[in-house]
Design a protein around this ligand. Structure first.
Ligand code: NDP
Length: 296
């Protein structure tokens, strides 16, 4: 293996430390405790794991964590009323509605009912527009985490060729906008892209957010490129299952200059960036300076 393995787990720990230090200062100097409200509707097991993890890390960072667990038959009106209450609550600086919602609830309507200033997931249409026009936004957590890893690896990304594979609203599109904001030359690839290996071979930076296990092979990678693997795929391995990314790590690591593993790559950055966004939202709400290095 020739590539440097980017340790997202260790990097996420440094982000959480910075968040905790800023939270401590806000409490001591301003008497403010940043607060994150997480709304979970239904019993989706993966969502329950994420919400538990978010609660634990929020509390560890010294912030207030408010959890709202509701049954799967919650009506849209009830959910909108809860969000309106959280929008008006000065103790709540960040609101996250755990997705996916049960099918009878309109996710777009629900997300767009969150006060954009408290939208720490960065999915509200206002934040999408602000990011797309290069203005100060709440930035989706996973792409923000990827950007932090890339900045730490390279410093300036200006002029680099970046290929983002995947065009979802959650990862691919905001990632592409962030890289454009860093003055990369950005290509967004998707399921209709012709000659994907040829497109990826042009890239100094590859961000794979596809959801297909080990799809990106080593011979697609330009020698020395930086590869950020967002994918989380559970695959059978003998009697058990294993987590793998969208990149074939073994072959890509022979060619890349740097690569994130799965697990312990991008994954831990996502919750760390949620905490970072909550502190940022709190500082903006109070007109206080934002923490350095924790925003886009
Ligand atoms: P989506 O399913 O919403 O989007 C997948 C994208 O990949 C689509 O744009 C699709 O193209 C594209 N795609 C699918 N097949 C191909 C193909 N053969 N060639 C090229 N492009 C293809 O997924 P998400 O963006 O939500 O997530 C992507 C991955 O990232 C998943 O594995 C997910 O689990 C993981 N993830 C990880 C997070 C983390 O914290 N680390 C957070 C969020 C997601 P088209 O639009 O044409 O259909």
């Amino acid at each position: 293996m020739t590539a440097t393995v980017i340790d997202g787990q260790a990097f996420a720990a440094t982000v959480r430390e910075k968040v905790a230090a800023h939270v401590a200062r806000l409490k001591e100097e301003n008497g403010i405790t940043p607060g994150l409200a997480v709304v979970l509707v239904g019993e989706d097991p993966a969502s329950q794991v994420y919400v538990r993890s978010k609660h634990k890390q929020t509390v560890e960072a010294g912030m207030a964590s408010f959890e709202f667990k509701r049954d799967a038959d919650l009506t849209e009106a009830e959910l909108l009323a809860l969000i309106a209450k959280l929008n008006a609550d000065p103790k709540v600086h960040g609101i996250l509605v755990q997705l996916p919602l049960p099918p009878h609830l309109d996710s777009d309507l629900v997300i767009n009912s969150i006060d954009p200033a408290k939208d720490v997931d960065g999915f509200h249409i206002s934040n999408v527009g602000l990011l797309g026009t290069g203005q100060k936004a709440m930035v989706p957590c996973t792409p923000l985490g990827c950007l932090m890893l890339l900045r730490a690896q390279h410093g300036s990304l200006s002029g680099m060729n970046a290929v983002v594979i995947g065009r979802s609203n959650i990862v691919g599109k905001p990632m592409a906008n962030l890289l454009l904001g860093e003055s990369c030359t950005v290509t967004i690839a998707h399921s209709r892209t012709r000659d994907l290996p040829g497109v990826v071979r042009q890239a100094d930076i590859v961000v794979a957010a596809v959801g297909r296990p080990e799809m990106v092979k080593g011979d697609w990678i330009k020698p020395g490129a930086t590869v950020i693997d967002v994918g989380i795929n559970r695959v059978p391995r003998g009697e058990k299952t294993a987590l793998v990314g969208d990149v074939d790590f073994a072959s890509a690591a022979e060619v890349a200059g740097a690569i994130t593993p799965v697990p312990r790559g991008v994954g831990p950055m996502t919750i760390a960036c949620l905490l970072a966004n909550t502190v940022t939202a709190c500082c903006r709400a109070h007109g206080l300076p934002e923490p350095e290095g924790l925003t886009a």
